[in-house]
Design a binder for this molecule. Structure first.
Ligand code: MG
Length: 407
């Protein structure tokens, strides 16, 4: 198969740094986008570490899904060894060419892969995001999901848990196919039809990637924007139907189960209960330990890694820090949500007041629950994901157009 690929990444209009990374490795025929999160440059580290680990694992002969599992471990281990990187994570969507006519896509998170073929665009990957889960459960329409204020909350990412479930897609490539891999900074700014139209303006994948990024910036550029385009210049013509080959290479959107890693994988329930236990233990034990006397350095660390949900005026915000401040370090606003006091029931307002403090993931979960309660009146909270992470938001308007990320 002959391939030509191009990529472009940009900080966008609102962010101060670019936490996206991309990989274009023609020798390995490996192409990927990673969208990091974690704040204070940790997101940049997460996406870069994940792609380097992916590349190294594929270069050493590992299959794409195993290589993504390895990338997860690399980010998780890096986060565990550097307290400044605690809680960082990243999405990862990768395309690799296998043999003469097959493309494999490995996917975790809310970056996306699309296929453009015969003048039509088709989303290949399912987002691992809160709003997509609500859409799949029929509790939100696709139109509502597109503009949902909490659409950047993702339910699966690399680096958050020692294990990760990887979605794997197998595609039969045809001459003329264009695979578009992007971060949500593109897909949240442009509709599928716009991506299709703009991508068609340029046959060179490098120029087409530039055009797409420009269009996302013109549409507001609310997040970092990254696009990788993989063009199939030549693939063998489809042969007479061979049932076996068809089964293996049909453009299936059904995730193929990932082979179990060597370590025992906890069931989702075990993982949830483990997370809950861990979260609960940290929440209560950490303050006690700190107060008992871990010293000013520990208290400082605690203040910088603790989050809580509260009202600022009538808006629900996530604060970083400890209510009332600690040792002179006052809490700062991490995220201002679109939730307004007037939308909330007395019970929800009471829940906010009693919600206490903990990790960013926990605060994000509380916001997600509140959002859900304003979205639907019958939402059972037990179906919510337990490993949510948000892309950090900033409110600055400084613009930098220098593309960053990538090899
Ligand atoms: Mg993003």
């Amino acid at each position: 198969m002959r391939i030509d690929a191009g990529a472009c990444s940009d900080v966008g209009q609102l962010r101060t740094g670019n936490e996206d990374s991309f990989l274009v490795d023609d020798r390995l025929a490996l192409y990927a986008v990673a969208d990091g999160m974690g704040g204070h440059q940790a997101g940049e580290v997460a996406s870069a570490v994940a792609l380097e680990a992916l590349r190294a694992a594929v270069a050493s002969g590992q299959a794409i899904d195993a290589a993504i599992v390895r990338a997860n471990a690399a980010v998780f281990e890096k986060a565990a060894t550097d307290r400044g990187l605690t809680g960082m994570g990243t999405t990862l969507t990768a395309v690799i060419v296998i043999g003469e006519s097959t493309l494999l896509i490995g996917h975790v998170g809310d970056s996306r892969a699309y296929r453009i073929r015969d003048g039509a665009i088709e989303q290949l990957t399912d987002d691992h995001s809160l709003v997509e889960e609500l859409v799949r459960e029929g509790r939100l329409s696709p139109e509502e999901a597109e503009v949902h204020p909490q659409r950047s909350i993702i339910t699966r990412a690399l680096g958050i848990d020692p294990q990760v479930e990887v979605d794997l897609y197998t595609l039969e490539a045809r001459t003329g196919d264009r695979i578009l891999v992007c971060s949500d900074g593109l897909s949240n700014m442009l509709r599928d039809a716009d991506m299709l139209r703009i991508a068609a303006l340029e046959s060179d994948p490098r120029l087409a990637a530039d055009r797409l990024v420009d269009a996302a910036n013109e549409a507001g550029g609310e997040d970092n924007i990254t696009v990788v385009l993989v063009d199939v210049l030549e693939a063998p013509p489809p042969t007479a139907p061979d049932p076996e080959a068809l089964a293996a290479a049909s453009p299936s959107r059904t995730p193929v189960p990932t082979p179990a890693p060597e370590v025992a994988v906890p069931t989702p329930r075990e993982r949830r209960s483990r997370l809950r236990t861990l979260g609960g233990a940290l929440l209560y034990v950490l303050p006690v330990l700190l107060i008992v006397g871990m010293g000013i350095g520990a208290v400082d660390y605690y203040a910088h890694h603790t989050y809580y949900v509260a009202f600022k005026g009538d808006h629900v915000v996530v604060y970083r820090g400890v209510p009332g401040g600690i040792l002179g370090w006052q809490p700062t606003v991490e995220t201002t949500t679109d939730l307004h006091k007037s939308e909330l029931s007395p019970a929800a307002i009471d829940q906010i007041k009693r919600s206490g403090k903990g990790s960013l993931a926990r605060a994000t979960q509380i916001v997600a629950n509140l959002t859900l309660s304003t979205t639907t009146t019958t939402a059972p909270t037990t179906t919510l994901p337990t490993t949510t992470t948000t892309h950090p938001r900033t409110t600055t308007t400084r613009k930098s157009t220098a593309p960053t990320g990538g090899p």
